[in-house]
Design a protein. Sequence first.
Lengths: 371, 243
Amino acid sequence: MQTVPIARYFRKIYTNIATHIYDRPPRTLAFLIIIMLSILPYSGMDLIKLEILISANLIAILAASWDLLVGRTGQISLGHALFFGLGAYTTALFIKYLGWPFWITIPISVIVGAGVALTIGIPCLRLKGPYLALVTMAFPLALQGFLYYYRDIFGGETGIGLPKIFPGLRFFDRIVANYYLSLALLVLSSIIIYKIATSKTGIIFISILDDEIGAKACAINTTKYKLMSLAISGLFGSLAGAFYGHIVSGSANPRLFVDTTALMPMEFSLIPIIAAVLGGVGTIYGPIVGVYIYQILYRYILRDVITFNIFGYIVTVDRHMQLFIFISFIVLLIVKWPRGVARAIVEKLEDLEEPRELEEILKEKTESKQM
Amino acid sequence: MYVLEVKNLTKSFGGLVAVNNVSFQVDEGEIVGIIGPNGAGKTTLFNLITGFLKPDFGKVLLKGEDITGLPPYKIANKGLVRTFQIVRPFRHLPTIANVLVSLQSYRGRRRIEWIKTPERKAMEMLEDVGLSDMALEPAENLSHGDLKRLEIARAMALEPEIVLLDEPFGGLNPVETEYMVKSIQRMHLDGHTMVIVEHKLHALMKLVKRVLVMHNGEIIAEGTPKEIAKNKKVIEVYLGKVV
């Protein structure tokens, strides 16, 4: 078994995938990874470390939704934390002031996320490129001030506490349950986002990314599709935020928008961008892989102070130095694979696959339509 | 009724009057050529007609319906479709998907079979312009000549009432130009109405029966290609005054 190269093994399971028209993913590979992730809690690993993956799963939804808007539609957002924080705050407000159960408040926060996306999209999507980027960056920053001003309602810096989703379970059981919940959410949302991105609507998104004027000349109402992309993106962003509040942070607090005390002040706006560039912008699966790389490196490797003993010299590396090393490492990865780590892997696999004839694909499509 | 009727169209940028009081009509099934030296306002005229620019004054009627000032996608949905002088392909998409974008529009989904299998219809459009071999190739790998043909396939996929072609022969070599002329002739035989802006007069004169000459934003002459070639004003504009 060891003599068989991994690539050749994948080739077998990969042959009957992909119509080139809509850019299909290597499904089997994704399926294998999902199975691997779902047996992870029973692999004997330290369950505390699963919390890293829980937050990675939820942030990956945010990153995938960012990629649909930016990588696929070309509308740059530097403030996706807006939807993340919004999701958490909406569910928190409904639970605190109306006492509704979380399974009602989460759909509400998803709708609020999409609604806010549409509301800010109508004036903002007239802007293009760097101007749009600056405006979107301002929203979470501005909202943080708003939250501090109405301290009584929004709880100021500490925010509003959120109940746990599985209150009955014991500590480790709860971690495993949360892990499966977050994994299920990630799989479901990324499948939906990927389906949208590779649908016929998805190719219109790409046409807007490539040439908006050309798309208009093709009789496409580009404003409508840009808003649609932003709304879908906001919807999944706030879904991720609402669950992040319940599961990971335990409260809806201003740090979800802008964290002025952390090493990285605009964490939830920046992670999707770093992850997307790391994994491959515009691939949807790329940012998910990117978030995993980021989270595992950032949360697992970064400690408070690491001391080395090199030939008798004691070297201490504090968090700031670790961040520097960490970012340098990410930059190296990006320089090595400028189009993304995940995309590089998938393209390697695609090279192995023999391209199918278009006739064959068309025939298959018409047959499935008739059935 | 005329397919396209332009009445007193005027547009100025600051002090410069780019299009000045231009009026013309296009009949069903006709090919009209618009020529003129650089900066004559031909592309601006196209932008005004197709809604990419709002005119200061004047009207555009498509089959008697006023379409002045509508957004470009609405005008295209009504059947007035254009191509661009500088090609505007969707570079990340395969060639066939470039055509599929047109077929996802309101106009591209008029018929049930276009909705059911748009790929088949897109493939037919590519075959018409001779690009079917490149169907799955990303548009960024296509040559300039191929992209020009792709622009036409994309426009024709909307089954337009009238097509405005902005320099369809721009940057093409003689062989490609010949091929393009034949494609346009075939489209004309199918009954399509067209307006062509072009610099390559030799290729254009083969196609059209009526030519408008623009200079400094105004139409200075109109007639058959032969009449235009002899027109003193036109020769003056292109070659300068005899002192």
